[in-house]
Design a protein around this ligand. Structure first.
Ligand code: TYD
Length: 134
């Protein structure tokens, strides 16, 4: 099975007092959110990710600043620049991702379909590639 990504645009309530964006599990995100985590104080030359997941689905957002997400489904690669807090990138299971080019002060928020589980990770690329080919 091949993994896939797609962009998600969240609602925005705009008025003179500022902008408000909201996320409801199952509505704006195609899973029940079981975990939220965020990356911050990230050095600009830092590389994060470098793994894929057996079951986990995630949506990643740049709440502040920007960064690049490099995607590899085992066959094709693509890249996305996240810089708008309304626009997220949904990643299914079996997607190898690398995140870099963080701007100063960037905040990367991730919504996840399951609690943290190290056994769900592929940290070895060839192991990931073999699982995709099955
Ligand atoms: P990792 O997923 O490798 O980070 P990234 O993909 O952002 O580069 O996780 C880094 C460390 O943090 C690792 O030791 C596991 C731990 N961690 C948790 O304890 N809970 C979590 O929800 C996450 C995402 C990571």
């Amino acid at each position: 099975t091949k993994g896939f990504v797609r962009e998600i645009t969240l609602p925005q309530v705009h008025d003179a007092r500022g902008d408000l964006t909201f996320i409801e599990g199952g509505t704006h995100v195609p899973f029940t959110i079981q975990r939220v985590y965020y990356l911050y104080n990230v050095p600009v030359d830092s590389e994060r990710g470098g793994h894929a997941h057996r079951e986990l689905e995630q949506v990643i957002f740049a709440l502040s600043g920007s960064f690049r997400v490099k995607i590899d489904d085992g066959y094709d690669t693509s890249e996305y620049w996240l810089r708008d807090p309304r626009r997220g990138l949904y990643m299914s299971r079996l997607v190898w991702r690398e995140i870099d080019s963080f701007s100063q002060g960037a905040v990367c928020m991730v919504l996840a379909s399951h609690h943290y589980d190290e056994t769900d990770y592929f940290r070895d690329y060839s192991e990931f590639r073999a699982a995709v080919a099955q």
